[in-house]
Design a protein around this ligand. Sequence first.
Ligand SMILES: Cc1ncc(COP(=O)(O)O)c(C=O)c1O
Length: 380
Amino acid sequence: MSSTLAVMMEAEKLRAEGASIVDFGAGEPDFPTPENVKEAAIRAIRDDFSKYTAAGGTLEVRKAIAARHAADFGTSYAPNEVIATAGGKQAIFNLISCLINAGDEVLLPVPYWVTFRDVINYAGGQANLLETREEEDFALTAEMVKEALTPRTRLVIVNSPSNPSGAVISAPEFGRILEVTASHGALLLTDECYCQLLYEDKPFSVAALEGAKEHVVVAGSLSKTYAMTGWRLGFALAPAPLVSAMVKLQSHSTSNPSSIAQKAAVEALTGPQDSVQKMLAEYRRRRDFVVEGLRAIPGVRCTNPQGAFYAYPNVSAFFGNGAGSANELAKKLLREAGVAVVPGEAFGTEEHFRISYATSLETLGEGLRRMKRFFSEQKP
Ligand SMILES: Cc1ncc(COP(=O)(O)O)c(C=O)c1O
């Protein structure tokens, strides 16, 4: 089971026993899905849009996905280079299942989103972990990628903005990462799940660079951008033969993503985008509040996330007082202070907590107060 889910389940158990829990574990927006998207789904139900669709999604939704990406980033994908999936997760699962055979290597920067590693293992591949440094804001550089490539590397995975660190790769550096990956003959998987949730830089896709398309697979999702986690609608943009393989796999597993969710997605992608900007402004306020609050706790270090909705503070100063790891400290924090966080071990680092700030300022304030008190009692 994913460690993120494990923390949520433990928090749920304590809550059921009557404990007051502040939950920073959930990796999903607290906002409702925008009204226009909900209305489109209701219309689809009333219109009986309730049959199977093409396994890789309707032509309408694939065109809408390509058109949104073109408008946002300047790419040009044809419908046969697009697959609609049940969430970004299925896009990633399909791609890795189709591409990776036993013995193939996949370069995975640390800290990583936990699913990547498990799916690589599931496909029989080997995840080659590439350490980034907290002192450098977890930055991934082309130089680091170049040094870590081996003759067996088939795929390089980049997730910017990153879950869990919030690190963002600049456009020029992304271009250099593509260059070293492509000239090595490997594919670059860019997970753009948080691509609209950027606080300083302008949204950017490496797929828009000249000559990029044949070397890049984009995995995208409506989950975070439009607060649609439960609807399950994601996509991949990739060279046509790869899309065709992914559709084949999907046709024998889940078939099409929900027909209703596809109609909702068309509205989300082609309708007004102002709700995205409103949510981003609120996330920025929360980011500033939570980072400032964490940095005000003596002993806690915290980089400033440039995107997504997670803070990734270093809590190693508190190891040694009945808790020797982030995992143990997180359990203690949950039991003694009623704050749920995800320990860094889930993402390949041992000294951090992931704190999701996709929750109200009031909840963030309460959680920070509890953490401050808890940490002041942990000093060895
Ligand atoms: C980095 C990253 N990629 C992809 C996803 C997939 O989300 P979904 O399957 O809901 O589209 C998530 C969700 O947490 C994520 O954090």
